[in-house]
Design a protein around this ligand. Sequence first.
Ligand code: PHB
Length: 399
Amino acid sequence: MTAERTRVAIVGAGPAGLVLSHLLEQAGIESIVLDQRTREDIEGTIKAGILEQGAVDLLAGIGATSRVHTVGERHDGIELLFGSEEAPERHRIDFPGLTGRSVWLYPQHEALIDLIAARLAAGQDLRFGATVTAVEGVDSDRPRVSGTTAAGEPFEIEAEFLVGADGSRSVVRPAVTGPSREGGYFREYPFAWFGILCEAPKSSQELIYSNSPNGFALISQRSETVQRMYFQCDPEADPNAMSEAEIWDALQARTPGVELKEGPIFQRDVLRFRSFVSHELRRGRAALVGDAAHTVPPTGAKGMNLALGDVILLNQALQELLLRGSSRGLDAYAEAASERIWKSQHFSWWMTSMLHLSPEASDFDRLRQRGELSMVVGSEAGRRYLAEAYTGWPYRTEL
Ligand code: PHB
C-alpha cells in the first residue's frame, strides 16, 4: 500500500483537532483530521463547556456556523454555597466587577456541531470512523499513522507533522512519551460526580457550587427547559442504582436553602476525575494537545479552554516549521504550553479540594475548609483570585 500524503495529520476531531485544522488552513497548511468515532457519536455525546472570553472569540471566528453568541449564555458570576444546614451562606463572585471579564456556558457538543459543519463547509478532509492503530517515524521527517477506515479498509498517511488531539486515551501519546516516560504526572481523587440531565426550569440563573455538610453539588444549566446538575458520589457508584426520588433527595441535601425545581431525569452518568499531565508534550515531529496532553477535574471548568490554549501555540510553532523551515517555535512549545497547563491544573485541583468532602476528612479538615471558603469570599483579593482564574488568563500567542 502506498501512503497518502498530507502536511499535518491530526488524530482527533474534538475541539482541539478541529480548531487546529482551521488555524492551519488559514495559514495555507493542509491537514487531514481523523477520528475513530462517528460524527453522530461526537455530536451526540453531551459534554460540559464553560468558555473563557478568548475561547469564545476564537470559536465565533470560525465559519458562519458558530452559535456561541446565540445559543451560548454569558455568565457574569457564580455562587459559592457553604456553611451549616441550618444557616447556609450564599456568596456571589461577580466576574465583571472583579476582572472585567465573563464566561459563556456553551456545551462542548454544541461547539462541535458548529465546528464540524464549518470545517466540512471549508472543504476540510475530515474522516470519521477511522481508527489509528500505529504511529511511526516521529523521530524522522515523515511521521506516519496507519489503521482502518470506517469501511474497514486499511489506510496509511504520511505527514510532515503529527498531532495527537485524541483525548485522554490518546493512541499518539505513547509515541511522544516513549516507553521509558509513559504515563505522566497525575493525581486521583476519592470521589466522582453523579451527573443528571433533567427536563425542568432553571433552579438558578447562575451556577451554584456547593460545599455542604453532605458533600459537593453543582447546579448548572443547559437551556430554559433542560438542566444539568451534579452531586459528589463514590467513584464506584452505579448510575442506575438510584431512583429519581433518591437523586433529588441527594441533590437537595447538598444544596441547603436552594429550592430545586425538579423534573424528569433523562440522562445520568458517573464522572470519575483525575488530574494528569503527560511527561512529554512533544517529540520530534509529533506533539500532543488538549486531553491527550492533560486532563483536569471538571470543578474548575477549564478543559476546553486549556485545549484551545495548546492549539494556539502549536499553530504558531507549525507555521514556523512548515512555512519558514525553523523548529525554534516547536522547541519552545512544551515549555510555553506548560505554563498555562500547570496554572489550570492548580486551579482545578484547588476548586476541587476546597469544595468536596473527602471520605477520610477529619473534623479538622472540614473546619479548615470552611475557613478557606470564608477567606475567599470574605476578601476582595480572595474573590478576585478565584474570578481571575475562572474567567481565564489571556491566551499567549507568541512562543
Ligand atoms: C456543566 O455545565 O456541565 C459544568 C459547568 C461547570 C463545571 C463543570 C460542569 O465546573
